[in-house]
Design a binder for this molecule. Structure first.
Ligand code: TRP
Length: 445
């Protein structure tokens, strides 16, 4: 079985070189492995928690989608979508919210950090804390559990969220699974080999430190300008430099082959000027990013095409989320298959009240079944599972023939078994036999 790998990026900013090397590039690489089913998405509902500027959110969604595609993500191979195009995610989020202990959320790092800051500032401890921030981990759990992901590659700061997702999944399984697991328990994947790039000042490259190197935005020029601002020591041209302690070298190494890195290191030790070293770094970056930059500009300039790709991704994702939410609705008691069919049942029956009816549906295992519902709305029988919907349809049809049960039904123990072509299609208790007969007879009227 393939491993389902899922990860999301919150759409509040413009991707920088650190995002590319630390998340996007390794994710795209992983997606090409034959044993991996990748689900990558833009967490734009999460973005609303951190940002209330519509224009910024809209722009960021566009930039992040274009970045993934320009960097080589194949949307045919990967399920690539926007969180907000999958309405089953917020629906699942609510189901999960109802089984999540508030105490668990009280322990979330992001929420606790906000409280600590408020305490330090001597204001109300929940000052500025929204319910979105407080229950952020539940929405993230919904993202992951909706698609039953096995592995979730994230940064270290997200490990706690994955633990919470597992907690919530276990609780839901226990409450509603009836011995069967509804959700797969996801595993966190923190890859220490993946480059964590240093920023201009040597600290981790991060928007919050204002030390980033832009990826595609602003083109080669903006990137060059940033590279020229990388902080180095004061050794002049000709003076030997310590490559290992220079973050310029760390950046170089994240994009070069081993041989290139060795040559570059030697050159620095032999006195290569910092200015020249920066030029070489730019050339190296341009070699990898140049072609992508062009694709990026092209994608950004045609948002309608990007939208088409995302809509196709949403369709692909919803092929899974729609039937799964149906199954979850059934598990929690919000079953739709009966109520929807009942609402849609024609009211043109000759009898006064509601009519008895068959309701077909797909069960948890993806098999086709039907129920016979009496005129009073009570379920009279549940069929055996069928692999083929046509076989289920044929059984319904056979049951509706006049006096069908006379030839098809046999009493066995306290049960009645109904057979079609030698195969048991359904069983029901003898006590309801009269009701079943009456219901079937009323349909034949
Ligand atoms: N919280 C993640 C971050 O800030 C983004 C995210 C949202 C996510 N939903 C997810 C990551 C589901 C992995 C899986 O980085």
């Amino acid at each position: 079985m393939n491993t389902r790998v899922l990860t999301g990026i919150t759409t509040t900013g413009t991707p920088h070189l650190g995002n590319y090397a630390g998340a996007i590039r390794p994710s795209i690489q992983a997606s090409t492995r034959p044993d991996v089913d990748a689900f990558y998405f833009m967490a734009d509902y999460h973005a609303l928690i951190k940002c209330d500027e519509p224009a910024r959110i809209a722009r960021s969604r566009l930039e992040i989608a274009a970045t993934w595609l320009a960097a080589g993500l194949d949307p045919e191979r990967v399920t690539f979508y926007r969180q907000s195009d999958i309405p089953e995610i917020p629906e699942l989020c609510w189901m999960l919210t109802c089984v999540t202990a508030k105490g668990l959320m009280n322990r979330a790092h992001a929420y606790k950090a906000a409280v600590d800051q408020n305490v330090a500032r001597n204001v109300d401890e929940d000052d500025g804390v929204t319910m979105g921030l407080f229950s952020y981990p539940v929405l993230m759990a919904a993202d992951i559990l909706m698609f039953n992901a096995n592995k979730v590659p994230v940064g270290r700061d997200q490990i706690q969220h994955l633990e919470m997702a597992r907690d919530i999944a276990q609780r839901f399984n226990h409450l509603y699974g009836q011995g069967e697991d509804l959700f797969v328990l996801p595993e966190v994947q923190v890859d220490d080999d993946v480059a964590t790039l240093p920023g201009l000042d040597g600290r981790k490259m991060s928007k919050s430190y204002d030390n980033t190197i832009p990826l595609f935005e602003g083109g080669s020029k903006a990137m060059r300008a940033a590279v020229m601002r990388i902080v180095t020591d004061s050794r002049g041209p000709g003076e030997p430099k310590d490559a290992e302690s220079s973050h310029l070298f760390t950046l170089y190494r994240a994009f070069s082959s081993r041989e290139q890195a060795a040559t570059f290191k030697q050159a620095l030790e032999d006195g290569l000027a910092w200015g020249e070293a920066k030029t070489q770094l730019c050339e190296l970056l341009d070699a990898e990013l140049g072609p992508m930059r062009e694709r990026y500009a092209d994608l950004i300039s045609r948002p309608d095409r990007l939208e088409d790709i995302l809509q196709a991704g949403a369709v692909k994702a919803r092929k899974l989320s729609v039937p799964f939410i149906e199954r979850l609705r059934e598990a929690v008691g919000l079953c739709r298959s009966i109520s929807v069919s009942a609402a849609a049942a024609p009211s043109t029956t000759k009898s006064k009240g509601k009519a008895a009816r068959f309701v077909s549906f797909r069960d948890e295992g993806g098999k086709f079944r039907f129920r016979l519902i009496g005129a009073d709305g009570v379920e009279l029988l549940l069929s055996e599972p069928f692999d083929d919907p046509k076989a289920a349809g044929a059984a319904i049809k056979a049951l509706q023939q006049p006096q069908a049960l006379q030839s098809m039904a046999a009493q066995e123990g306290g049960m009645v078994s109904v057979r079609l072509d030698g195969r048991v299609v359904c069983q029901y208790a003898e006590e309801v036999a009269a009701d079943v007969e009456a219901a079937l007879a009323s349909m034949g009227d």
